[in-house]
Design a protein around this ligand. Structure first.
Ligand code: AMP
Ligand code: MN
Ligand code: MN
Ligand code: MN
Length: 312
């Protein structure tokens, strides 16, 4: 079963995981993967920062899909709240016919080839929205583009969740999960990915901007361990330096195994909730504990250490 981006149901955090002697013990207060209304999140960047502060976070990144548009507002709010915000984004790419997400942590924002890269991502997302709309119309969603636009509630480029919500609103499916399972998830009609750049290109853009490329949620692509290894190899060969060791809630044994795969390739480990909206499977800062590991945490990366030290 290929349920690539299916949201993992909430599980209880693994309290029995050994914690001693791990550099990840500093992790509380960190969440490096969250969304706002600049992409498919429900909270404005400022409201998200407020929620992060209320939840006791100190070091966060806003990582909207294919855009830095929410970062300035988040930065202002974070400064007022005394929160350290690392500018970031989550770039859509393709590898071996799969839609792969790469988080860019960008201490200097958009620089170099990332500037043109962001423009081409925006164009690709607009063209893709039109193509998804054509396909959804054939499946019975009349005026699909206008309905998805109404769900988005702003002029930002559309994503699959906007179409999923429109299908729910029209009574074509009972909920978002079903919309993805039947029409929009990996391998389904609405999974349009031909316009996305290759994985190696988006990694280059991030490096060119002086950022750190982080392979997002490596466990959420429906891959076998072996194929996941090949993805990590391709990502590392392209210049990627980190991957999300923990994304939301995941089993501790799975995390230990993933840590081994990252360690073998010298990758840093990152952490994030992939928060999108209140009342969903995760909240800002909510994710499984990190079992003891020799892996280096992302905040020790030479290009990020200074910004994280400020917050301490
Ligand atoms: P897109 O950026 O347009 O490719 O849309 C992908 C987004 O859809 C992901 O970032 C998630 O926020 C959302 N998503 C993916 N799978 C599901 C699902 N099964 N249920 C609800 N939302 C999903
Ligand atoms: Mn999303
Ligand atoms: Mn993602
Ligand atoms: Mn995400």
């Amino acid at each position: 079963m290929l349920m690539n981006e299916t949201h993992v149901p909430p599980a209880t955090a693994d309290a029995s995981a050994p914690q001693a002697n791990s550099a990840f013990d500093e992790a509380p207060g960190i969440d490096l993967h969250m969304h706002s209304t600049a992409s498919d999140g429900a909270l404005s960047p400022a409201a998200l920062m407020k929620l992060c502060h209320e939840r006791g976070l100190s070091r966060v990144s806003l990582t909207d899909h294919d855009t830095l548009d929410g970062v300035a507002e988040a930065q202002d709010a974070a400064a007022t709240l005394g929160l350290t915000l690392l500018p970031g984004l989550e770039l859509s790419s393709q590898w071996q016919g799969l839609n792969i997400h790469v988080v860019g942590l960008l201490p200097e924002g958009a620089q170099g080839s990332l500037v043109a890269g962001l423009e081409s991502q925006a164009r690709a997302r607009i063209a893709r929205g039109e193509e998804i709309a054509r396909r959804m119309e054939k499946l019975g969603l009349d005026d699909a583009l206008a309905k998805a636009r109404a769900q988005a509630g702003s002029e930002r480029p559309l994503g699959r969740p906007d179409f999923a919500r429109a299908m729910v609103a029209d009574g074509l499916v009972k909920d978002m999960g079903t919309a993805f399972k039947k029409y929009l998830g990996s391998g389904k009609r609405g999974d349009v990915k031909a316009g996305w750049p290759y994985l190696s290109e988006v990694v280059e853009w991030i490096n060119d901007a002086g950022g750190v490329a982080v392979l997002a949620h490596p466990l959420r692509y429906g891959l076998t361990r072996r194929k996941r290894g090949l993805l990590l190899d391709a990502f590392t060969a392209a210049g990627g330096e980190a991957a999300e060791l923990v994304s939301g809630f995941q089993n501790a044994d799975v995390t230990r195994d993933l840590a081994r795969q990252l360690d073998e390739r010298g990758l840093y480990g990152s952490l994030g909730s992939d928060f999108h909206f209140p009342g969903g499977p995760v909240a800002p800062g909510s994710m499984s504990a990190v079992p003891r590991t020799a892996l280096r945490p992302i905040w020790q990366h030479p290009r990020l250490a200074a910004i994280f030290a400020e917050a301490a």
